[in-house]
Write a protein that binds this ligand. Structure first.
Ligand code: A2P
Length: 351
C-alpha cells in the first residue's frame, strides 16, 4: 500500500484571534502536517507565533506563496480571502476560508462537518467555513430537523467581542479599565461603547434594515441544511462577553416534538452536549463554553403559543467551534475522504 505524504499547511491570518486558535487546534489535534507555515500581513513578517512548545516565524502573504502548499486555512478578513484564495486554488492548494467572501458562491461548499460533510465531495479548491453564529445553530438544529422537519426559526444572538478579532478583545478590556478609573472610554472598533452595553448591530446594515450578520444566518442556514423550506429570521446583538456566543432559538416544526424527545435526540447528536436541568440551575453559559469544542444546548421547552414549537438556548465557543475548530474539522474530513487536491485549478480564475 502506498504511504500518503502529510500535507504542507498554511495558516493565513496567523497573528489574529482565529489564526492563533487555528494553530493551537492543529497542534492539539495532532493534525498530520509535514510543515505548518504561518502567514499574515507585511506588518507581522518576521514575528513569532506559538505552535505547541515551538515558535513559528510569520511570513508575509503574497500571491505567489502557495506553490508547494497543500492546504491553507484562511482567517484574515474577506478582502484578503477574495484576493488571495483564488491564487492558492490556482496553485493546487485547497483553501478552507473563514471569511464571508465565498460562502454563498455556488462553486464553494459551505460546510459544518456534523451537518453536511458530503458537500465536500464537490469542492473546487475553496471551501467556506460558515459564520460563527450559524455554525453552532445548525449543529443543534440538524438532528431536530431530521426528526421533525423545521419550517421556521426565530433566533436572537448574544455575541462575544472575540468574533470581531483581537482589536475588539483589547477594546472591551481597555474600556472596562478606563470606566473603573473614571476615564472616558476609547471607542474605536464599535460605533458605541461595548463595556456594560449591548449593540444590536453586527456587520453593516443592508437595504432591508437587517444587518449583514443577520442575513448570513438566514442564507447560510438554508445552504448548509440544504432545505429552502426552512425560513429563518434573526436579530444579532454584540454583548460585553469575551468568548462564547449564546443564542435564543425558537423553532416551529411540521411534526410535534416534545422537549423530552428533543433532549433525547440532542443527547445523541454529534458535537452537542445537553445541559438542561432548570431545577438544579443547569443551563449553558458562555463562561463555561469558552475553551470547549462542543455546542451546548439547554432551556429546552415548549413554545406554548403555537402547535409545534420549541425554545432552545444554544452556546458555543465562537473562536473554536465557530471558527478555528470547524475549519480544522473540515481539513480532517478532506484528509479522511482523500479530497485534499484541486481537480481543476482554473475554476476561480474569474469571479
Ligand atoms: P496582521 O497582524 O499582520 O495585521 P483579527 O481577526 O484578530 O483582527 O486578525 C486578522 C488577521 O488577518 C491578522 O493575522 C492579520 O495580520 C491578518 N491580515 C489582515 N490583513 C491582511 C493582509 N492584507 N494580508 C495578510 N494578512 C492580513
Amino acid at each position: 500500500m502506498s504511504q500518503k505524504k502529510n500535507p504542507v499547511v498554511a495558516v493565513v491570518g496567523a497573528t489574529g484571534a482565529v489564526g492563533r486558535e487555528m494553530l493551537s487546534t492543529l497542534h492539539a489535534r495532532n493534525f498530520p502536517a509535514a510543515e505548518i507555515i504561518p502567514f499574515a500581513s507585511a506588518r507581522s513578517a518576521g514575528t513569532k507565533v506559538p505552535f505547541g512548545d515551538q515558535e513559528l516565524t510569520v511570513r508575509e502573504l503574497k500571491e505567489d506563496v502557495f506553490a508547494g502548499i497543500d492546504l491553507a486555512l484562511f482567517s484574515a478578513g474577506g478582502s484578503t480571502s477574495e484576493k488571495f484564495a483564488p491564487h492558492a486554488a490556482a496553485a493546487g492548494c485547497v483553501v478552507v476560508d473563514n471569511s464571508s467572501a465565498w460562502r454563498m458562491d455556488d462553486r464553494c461548499p459551505l460546510v459544518v462537518p456534523e451537518v453536511n460533510p458530503d458537500a465536500l465531495e464537490q469542492h473546487n479548491g475553496i471551501i467556506a467555513n460558515p459564520n460563527c453564529s450559524t455554525i453552532q445553530m445548525v449543529v443543534a438544529l440538524k438532528p431536530l430537523h431530521d426528526a421533525a422537519c423545521i419550517t421556521r426559526v426565530v433566533v436572537s444572538t448574544y455575541q462575544a467581542v472575540s468574533g470581531t478579532g483581537h482589536k475588539a478583545i483589547a477594546e472591551l478590556e481597555t474600556q472596562v479599565r478606563q470606566l473603573f478609573n473614571m476615564q472616558e472610554p476609547d471607542i474605536k472598533v464599535y460605533p458605541y461603547q461595548i463595556a456594560f452595553n449591548c449593540l444590536p448591530h453586527i456587520d453593516v446594515f443592508l437595504d432591508n434594515d437587517y444587518t449583514k450578520e443577520e442575513m448570513k444566518m438566514v442564507n447560510e442556514t438554508v445552504k448548509i441544511m440544504g432545505d429552502p423550506g426552512i425560513k429563518v429570521t434573526a436579530t444579532c446583538v454584540r454583548v460585553p462577553v469575551f468568548y462564547g456566543h449564546s443564542e435564543a432559538v425558537n423553532i416551529e416544526t411540521k411534526r410535534k416534538l416534545s422537549p423530552k424527545e428533543a433532549r433525547a435526540i440532542l443527547a445523541q447528536a454529534p458535537g452537542v452536549k445537553v445541559l438542561d436541568n432548570p431545577a438544579e440551575k443547569i443551563y449553558p453559559m458562555p463562561l463555561d463554553a469558552a475553551g470547549e469544542d462542543l455546542t451546548f444546548v439547554g432551556r429546552i421547552r415548549e413554545d406554548e403559543t403555537i402547535a409545534n414549537g420549541l425554545n432552545l438556548w444554544v452556546v458555543a465557543d465562537n473562536i473554536r467551534k465557530g471558527a478555528a475548530l470547524n475549519a480544522v474539522q473540515i481539513a480532517e474530513e478532506l484528509m479522511a475522504r482523500d479530497l485534499l487536491r484541486v481537480k481543476d485549478t482554473t475554476v476561480f480564475m474569474t469571479k
